[in-house]
Each structure stands twice: as C-alpha cells, then as structure tokens.
Design a binder for this molecule. Structure first.
Ligand code: ZN
Length: 308
C-alpha cells in the first residue's frame, strides 16, 4: 500500500507533467471507480478542464482543476496513476528481447518526456479510467484490486472529503511541528506507539513500513505505551519520521509489493530499509536478531535488544 512518500512521489510527477494541460477525452472502463455521480456526469465534468495544480493530503491525491473543482483520487491498496506521453500501440520488442520500438524515438524526445516514452503503454484489464489531454498525453488509472476511487468535488469542499476519510493532519503539513506532534501523540496516552502512528485520523501519511523504520531509528519498542515515552523519545521519533520519509521521497518511495510511480517505475528506497522485511537477519546496529510480530494486526519487525 502506498504511504506518504510514495503518494508524494506521484503527486510531484503529476504536478510536473499535468499542470496547464487540458483534458480532452475521458474513458471510464470500470464505472464503479467513480463515486458520487454517474459515469456520464463524470465524463462531462472532466471534459475541457485544465489542471491547475496537484495537491495531496495523507494518501489522497487532489487534482485541482480550473473552475474550482477537484478530482480526488484515492489509490487505496493497488491503485496506480500512470502518465504516458501519447497513446501508442504496444511497444514491439526487438530481436534481442530488450528495448522497444520507442527506444530510438525516446532519444529524440525532450529529456522531461523520455521517461514517459519508456513506460508500458498497454491498457490492460486493471485499467479503470483513461484521461487524454489535448496535447495527446495520457493519464491512466489502473487498480488491480479495485479498492481505489475517484470523485469530483468543489475545491472549497475538499476538507469535507478529508473529513469523511477521517484524515488527520498530514505529516508534512507545516502546522505539524514537533510540539504539535507531541501534543497529538500524548493525547492518546493509553495507546501503543506503533499502531498509533498508523492511525490516519491522528496523523495522515505514515504507514506500516515507515512506522517500523522510525521506531527502529528512534530506538523505541513498537509496543511501548505512549504514556511511557519521555520528551526526548518523542523528539527522536518525530525526527526519525521526518528523516526517513524525506529520504524516501528523494528515492521515489519504496516498492515492497506492487507500487509504481507515475512513470511506471519502482521506488528505490527499499535497499535503505533497516528493519522492514529483515526479520531473522542481524540488527544493523547491535547485530542481534531482528524479530517479527503482529502488532495491531500488522506485521512489525524490530530489534528486541536496542529498541526499548
Ligand atoms: Zn539492535
């Protein structure tokens, strides 16, 4: 499931490639993906609209359009927003089985579009919506498990959607200072720290991977009761989340299962993970054995020796 760094990676790529572009055609292949209105109304609502900016709150992507409406996209478990420079047929493989018809073509494209030319153009059975822009470029929404959705709301009512999704303050929202972070966490003194970090209604964006990594970096046992954490420990936890998630954005997020960015590429942060997926392996700090247990129904890896 994408977490803040993955969704932010996608947001930045959409912001870079879609702003100023006008939607020409919308094809909905899976009508249930559209919430709150009929497919026909959705297609009409999107037609001729220019993209103003792309925002994010927690794991929600907010594509703001001219005319003060916002296309809200929730990727849920397996949703993917994929950019393509133009609609092409399936790339043909050459005789060496590598590269494609578009390799040569991509060299002639401006640098900013080259990565787009390398994406897989094929629309497949998980493709739910295809937006074609007036310049021929495409944004496709694929969702293998079909849990994601999109809906159109007045931009002034984005907050209502956020509220309905029960999303708290985004971890990278400027108002979430270390003081505010500690205040929010301490208000739930009876909770265990790691499940609390996953609670999107308190702080939005931190998911299972980065919560584990942050607890390890801050040397905090994931089962610690919040009321037992002192000021220094909470400061360390806040710093750890900041450091890890900022670095993860630089690396385009983590592909642990099927996450792909808007260019169809895997995130490259997985090699920097210290505990996630490393159960049974030596702790990188103390060489003790990392263990995995289920905490709040989610697999959690930690070092019982140096996370107290
Ligand atoms: Zn250790």
């Amino acid at each position: 499931m994408p977490e803040l760094p993955e969704v932010e990676t996608i947001r930045r790529q959409l912001q870079k490639n879609m702003v100023g572009k006008t939607i020409k055609v919308v094809e909905v292949q899976y009508p249930k993906v559209v919430h709150g209105m009929s497919t026909a109304d959705f297609v009409r609502a999107m037609h001729g609209r220019k993209v103003r900016e792309v925002g994010r709150q927690g794991k929600l992507i907010l594509i703001r359009l001219e005319g003060n409406e916002t296309l809200v996209v929730h990727l849920k478990m397996t949703g993917r927003l994929l950019l393509q420079s133009a609609r092409h047929p399936e790339p043909r493989r050459d005789s060496r089985g590598e590269g494609s018809l578009y390799h040569g073509m991509s060299k002639r494209l401006p640098r900013s579009l080259r990565s787009l030319a390398m994406t897989d153009y094929s629309v497949n059975k998980s493709t739910e919506v295809i937006f074609t822009f007036t310049n021929g470029s495409i944004l496709r929404y694929d969702d293998l498990r079909r849990f994601g959705y999109m809906k159109v709301v007045p931009t002034s009512e984005e907050a209502k959607v956020v509220q309905k999704e029960q999303l708290g303050i985004d971890f990278f929202d400027r108002v979430l200072t270390v003081q505010k972070f500690k205040e929010l966490i301490r208000a739930r003194g009876g909770s265990q720290i790691k499940p609390l970090l996953l609670d999107q209604s308190l702080i939005a964006g931190v998911g299972n991977i980065y919560a584990q990594e942050a607890c390890f970096m801050a040397k905090i046992h994931p089962l610690r009761k919040v009321s037992s954490l002192n000021d220094a420990e909470l400061n360390a936890l806040y710093r750890a989340l900041q450091t890890i998630m900022k670095k993860a954005i630089v690396y385009g997020g983590t592909t642990a299962d099927d996450y792909r960015d808007a260019y169809g590429k895997e995130g490259k942060f997985a090699v920097h993970l210290k505990v996630y997926g490393r159960q049974g392996k030596p702790c990188l700090r103390c060489k003790g054995k990392l263990i995995k247990s289920s905490i709040g129904g989610r697999g959690t890896v930690f070092c019982p020796k140096c996370q107290k």
